[in-house]
Each structure stands twice: as C-alpha cells, then as structure tokens.
Design a protein around this ligand. Structure first.
Ligand code: NAD
Length: 280
C-alpha cells in the first residue's frame, strides 16, 4: 500500500544524510508522495539537489526562514510549478509541509541556563525554531488542499528540563503551543497540524548541544525499548501523520522516543537485577 500516493509535500530542514528530514523524505517517498525541498543557503544547495534526485524530485527552493520575503518567494515558486497557468482559477495545489528546522546560537546550549541565556539568544531560538512554523503556514494557507497536514519536530526539553538544552527547551515549548493553536485555527479548513517529539539522534543540529553523546549513551540503556530511535523510526511516524490514515489526529505531540518520556527516571539497572535474579 502506498498511503501517500497523490500527496504533494514540501520538506524543509534537509541538511545531511543524518537529518531527521532525510528519514522523513525516505519514508514519504516510499509511500508514494511527490516531494519538494528547501535549502537554507547556497552552501547546502548542491547537497539538497543531490538528495532530492534520490527521491525523484527536481523541486528545490532556497528558504532562510528568518526572512519573510524568502518564505513568500518559496511559495510563489512552488505555486508556479504545482499550479500551472491553465489551472490559474484554482488556488489549492499541495497537501502539506514538514518543518524540521531549529537553531539557537551554540553558546546558548552550554552550561547553566540562567547564566547562558541572553535576550538575543532567546529571540533567535524562538524566531527560527517556533515562529517560522506558523510563518510558513501563513504564507501557504490558501494553497493547501483539504485534508492537508503540517508537521514539525519537537523534543522532550519542551516539557522537562534537560541539561544544556536551555533556551531551546523554551522554544520547543512555544513550538508545541504553536501546534495546538495552528490546529485550532486551520481545523475548519480540514488542515491538520501535529508534531513529533523525537528521542535524541546524532545529527548536525544535535552536535551543537554540549554533551550530546552522553545523552545518547544514557538513552540507549534507559528507554523502555533499551535503544535510541532512528531517522527511519521518525520518518515512518511522519509519513503516517501526513497521510489520510491519521485523518482524525490534529494538535497532537507524538513521542517517537522508544518510550523514554513515560518514565520518571528511565531504567535504573533492573536489567542487571533481573539477570542476577535469574541466576539465583
Ligand atoms: P539537522 O541539522 O539535520 O537539521 C536542522 C535543519 O534546520 C537544517 O537543515 C538547517 O539548514 C535548518 N535550519 C536552521 N536554521 C535555518 C533557517 N534560518 N532557515 C532555514 N533552515 C534552517 O538536525 P535535525 O536533528 O535533523 O533537526 C531537525 C529538527 O528535529 C529540529 O527541529 C530539531 O530540534 C528536531 N529534533 C532533533 C532531535 C535530535 O536529537 N537530533 C531530537 C528531537 C527533535
């Protein structure tokens, strides 16, 4: 079954083969979606062009989400391609987008939160990581077909404190509230809005967080599934949430984290205890 067949989806946030957006593109492509991509700046253009080819797409557009004019231009260009002149009386021409974008200056993600946070760091983190999601929705609202789906990526740092995650946790909390308000706003147009709260995965963005490797090692032992998640795990959930199979789901923050969020302290070594109990 190709449950995204006939869906046109824009993916923003592809930077490398390790990107969560790569796993999402892979799984959406497998399910038959027609994909388009954005790249943040010229340094990433060739790389994203090459990745797009793997997913049978030549549709790549520049978009730095800090700039309203680039967001506007992105959707203007997308409309020219997905809505040919002979259909100019219509406005709807695609079925949703994935926002897999976050940024905070590196020094914000290191050390004591109160000491590290600055007004500028706070503003940048919220602008790029939270506001940009609704900014994109605002710019393309009229172009979205009924039964479209918008999706963003969050992290547990929105709900709990996580060492060094600092102001990014606040930005993710704002992003999650954004999901609920956007879902309420766009629901009457049959547009759904959801987020995936992913467990830690080694990517370019994650490498900016101090001691990220320690977080990964901790999660490998401490999650109920005793493993970390992969970009493919997240990609499968993303493909589902953007498909009509998830038609009744909106405003939801779906944890794809091997169950870590349900524990208070994670596994504390009961594996060893139960092994020794078996021996006795
Ligand atoms: P990544 O570095 O591969 O992706 C981050 C993307 O953000 C890049 O493509 C980058 O170009 C883009 N970006 C940053 N600033 C931008 C701007 N101004 N304009 C346009 N694009 C911009 O890392 P990733 O881990 O795949 O991150 C994707 C999303 O997943 C982020 O929202 C991140 O917070 C979230 N997430 C990551 C993890 C993890 O452990 N890796 C866990 C949970 C959530």
């Amino acid at each position: 079954m190709s449950f995204l067949k006939g869906k046109r989806i824009l993916i923003a946030g592809l930077a490398s083969k390790l990107s969560i957006a790569y796993g999402i593109a892979q799984k959406m492509h497998e399910q038959g979606a027609e994909l388009a991509f954005t790249y943040q700046n010229d340094k990433l253009k060739q790389r994203v062009t090459d990745f797009a080819k793997k997913f049978n797409s030549t549709l790549i557009f520049p978009c730095d989400v800090a700039k309203d004019e680039e967001i506007k231009e992105l959707f203007k260009k997308l409309k020219e391609i997905w809505l040919p002149k002979e259909e100019a009386n219509k406005t709807n021409c695609f079925d949703g987008f994935v926002h897999s974008i976050a940024y905070a200056p590196k020094e914000q993600l290191d050390g004591d939160y109160v000491d590290a946070v600055t007004r500028e760091g706070f503003n940048i983190a919220h602008d790029i990581s939270a506001y940009s999601f609704v900014a994109m929705a605002k710019a393309c609202r009229a172009m979205l077909n009924p039964n479209s789906a918008l999706l963003t990526l969050s992290y547990l740092g929105a709900e709990r404190t996580i060492t060094n995650y600092n102001v990014m946790g606040l930005a993710k909390a704002s992003l999650e509230a954004n999901v609920r308000y956007m879902a309420d706003s766009l629901g009457p147009d049959a547009i759904r809005v959801n987020a995936i709260s992913a467990g830690p995965i080694r990517t370019l963005a994650a490498s900016g967080i101090k001691d990220f490797k320690k977080m990964l090692a901790h999660c490998e032992k401490c999650t109920p599934l005793r493993r970390t998640v992969t970009i493919e795990d997240v990609g499968n959930a993303a493909a589902f949430l953007c498909s009509d199979l998830a038609g009744g789901i909106t405003g939801e923050i779906l944890h794809v984290d091997a169950g870590f969020n349900i524990t208070a302290m994670g596994n504390m070594g009961n594996d060893e205890l139960s092994q020794s109990a078996k021996k006795e």
